[in-house]
Design a protein around this ligand. Sequence first.
Ligand code: DI6
Ligand code: FE
Length: 394
Amino acid sequence: MYDLLVTNARIHPMETGSGPAAAATLAVSGGKVAALGVPADAPAREKLDACGQLLLPGFVDCHTHALYAGDRRAEHVLKMQGASYADIAKAGGGIVSTVKAVRAASEAQLIEETLPRLETLRTEGVTAVEIKSGYGLDLDTELKMLRAIRALPRHISMDVSATFLGAHALAPGKGHDEYFKEVLERMLPAVADEKLADAVDIFVEHIAFTVDDLKRLAERAAKLGLKLRAHTDQLSNLGGTRLAAELGALSCDHLEYSDEADVAAMARHGTVAVLLPGAFYFLREKQKPPVELLRRHRVPMAVATDLNPGTSPVASLLTVMHMAGILFGLTPEEILMGTTRHAARAMGREDRIGALTPGRDADFCLWDLPAPDIFSYQLGGLKPAARYFKGKRT
Ligand code: DI6
Ligand code: FE
């Protein structure tokens, strides 16, 4: 006896690709996918006739900085007048201005400001999200952010994974060595101790941290059982992608300035390339990530919002999916894999989410749409007809 049996659906499990529809029925037990393609008259406590609608895994937004306070409208005006992201950061704006707002906010306030952003993602069919810290840049505030991230699933039916990004920017008033030592020796052990993060991340960039920092962080993180992710090659190529891949990173993210050696390293080490067209768009970048090389080397590509107040105030994965096609030339198939299966892998959760195969969480949406390639075509106005999270309609 299944808990739920969905019948008459066009199911794309996204295990290997988007089409054609693999089955018409999906059975759920204990919040997990129990089986696909069982007879429509199999016994179940609840049945749902999907009336021929599309059934896709819930979308996974595998890279966000969605927990923050305030906004950065003022610097956006400067940026529109020609200031670069690096100029703004050097002038004490950028990440550091959000740091001030986050330090001043309580944990409850951070949750309250973040929930509407997640709610927007939720209504678009997102069932899992990764959220990074990195707007605290001191022990207490980094812990406050991570505790708030850990608390979010109590308020919204969404899978939330937490990433410690203490190495996001230099803390105001502190030198590089002093601050990075604090990240390694004080913050990282405290985060691991309280089990506040699933992974660690670092912004490898001339305005942030070095490849040597990446190496030291990766070594410490591995000892503490934390997975590694890295922001690399967003504004310049410092060699971070190659090194992060060699160090076993789950993903390298941004990659606008990556070259073939970087891509080959990702391929060798099974690192996911996370592409972030929202930041590319909002920064009016010209340099695109090397999609053709990623394809040729068969590096799995994920697509995420990078939702953050400075470079991607875009609380819409569907919009970013559309951008991935128009701006980066990803195919409909790549975009769908990039927001399901490959996104789950970038988060280190591919055994649990991102595809609808027996044993994985029953996170899925029904869409009253003709075919899954519609997400690359139509911009705006797309909403799931029904959304299930761990087998429950939400
Ligand atoms: N790269 C980004 O695009 C975000 N963080 C990073 O390392 C920007 C975060 C911000 O500007 O608030
Ligand atoms: Fe980011």
